[in-house]
Design a protein around this ligand. Structure first.
Ligand SMILES: NC(=O)c1ccc[n+]([C@@H]2O[C@H](COP(=O)([O-])OP(=O)(O)OC[C@H]3O[C@@H](n4cnc5c(N)ncnc54)[C@H](O)[C@@H]3O)[C@@H](O)[C@H]2O)c1
Length: 332
């Protein structure tokens, strides 16, 4: 049994608490820490099991009984807490992104060099049942040599302008998942990136210094071309599709809906909208990424997504910003 401490009990912290308490094998939560823990959240956590609740995450780092730490706090704390947890000898699962600052990610890389602890980054979409099947088709040679990779990633609602201001921008906050998806499906890194972006969804997002619509093209190491299209608002809901087109065929995943029922009548033919947002769409993938983290600890194997997989999408996000600002392709 791997004993776990969770740092941060906001939206994603609660997702991991719920999945560990209800579906992750061989893991037990000992403590959850959050400096802004409300009574309501503390009561919910206690209702999930015999879990100690604290406002001080250092209690987790100092507890010899805890094997692994799951970092779900705000982004600006990830790299600092990662280094502290690694130095305390804990295995670490860190939510994306590790940081927006490459120097700070390098400190995590340096800390890991001195230990044997496991480190995994929370790019959960690799564990999604649809995208995993597309990847298996590509690796199994079913579509031949990949030529074009397409990722459509559109949110149902834009974030508030206040959030946009502190999020690091759309490329580091949202597209970062798509950069990871492109690396995952291509099986290699990108060598060049070019961005067209605009403020079409809400001008207040523009006033906050961000964009909300983008088309990004990438040249991959294996010669394939990738296209990511992003919007912060799709009127019909959370649009999450991928496609890999190759010399021998194509593998494509469409959206998940609450049901596949299609109603045909005199007005037309209609089906259900996609599942609302990431909590609805990706719950299975959050559980599976945690299963694989725990399994890597138990079996002493590599985690499926290491610290370099955390670093590279951040480099792609920074290059995307540069391409947008300088209106030119940027080498990676
Ligand atoms: N993988 C995904 O799909 C996914 C989805 C959502 C969020 N995230 C990432 O997870 C992180 C948290 O996002 P969220 O949406 O849950 O935000 P949130 O604001 O709902 O929760 C963050 C929590 O961290 C707590 N916190 C802040 N400083 C802390 C500290 N020093 N110690 C312990 N707790 C601390 C806050 O009190 C808050 O409760 C972000 O980095 C975000 O990018 C990932």
């Amino acid at each position: 049994m791997v004993k776990v401490g969770i740092i941060g009990a906001g939206r994603i912290g609660k997702v991991h608490i719920e999945s560990i308490c209800t579906g992750v094998r061989n893991a037990q939560i000992v403590t959850v820490a959050d400096p802004y823990m409300t009574e309501e959240t503390a009561a919910w956590i206690r209702s999930m099991g015999d879990i100690h609740v604290t406002k001080d995450y250092k209690e987790i780092l100092g507890d010899a009984d805890i094997d692994a730490v799951i970092i779900c706090s705000s982004t600006d704390t990830h790299s600092i807490i990662s280094v502290e947890a690694i130095e305390a000898g804990k295995h670490v699962f860190c939510e994306k992104p590790i940081d927006h600052d490459i120097d700070k990610i390098n400190k995590v890389i340096e800390a890991l060099k001195k230990t044997n602890v496991k480190y995994q980054v929370g790019f959960n979409r690799r564990f999604d049942h649809n995208f995993k099947t597309v990847k298996e088709a590509v690796v199994g040679g079913k579509i031949g040599t990949p030529h074009i990779i397409k990722v459509t990633s559109r949110d149902p609602e834009p974030p508030s302008p206040e959030y946009a201001k502190v999020s690091g921008g759309m490329f580091l906050d949202m597209t970062i998942h798509d950069f990871d998806m492109v690396r995952y499906l291509a099986g290699c890194d990108a060598v060049e990136i070019y961005v067209q972006a605009a403020v079409l969804v809400d001008e207040k997002i523009g006033e906050a210094g961000d964009v909300a619509t983008a088309v990004i093209t990438l040249k991959m190491e294996n010669g394939a071309i990738a296209i990511i299209d992003n919007s912060r608002k799709a009127a019909y809901g959370y649009d999450q599709r991928v496609e890999v087109f190759g010399s021998g065929g194509m593998a494509a995943a469409s959206n998940d809906s609450p049901s596949t029922v299609v109603i045909s009548d005199s007005q037309g033919v209609t089906g259900e909208k996609p599942l609302y947002f990431f909590l609805e769409r990706y719950m299975g993938s959050f559980r599976e990424e945690m299963n694989q983290f725990i399994q890597a600890i138990e079996e002493d194997t590599d985690t499926p997504l290491g610290v370099m997989d955390g670093l590279k999408p951040v480099l792609m996000g920074l290059a995307a910003k540069k391409s947008m600002e300088e209106h030119r392709p940027v080498a990676l």
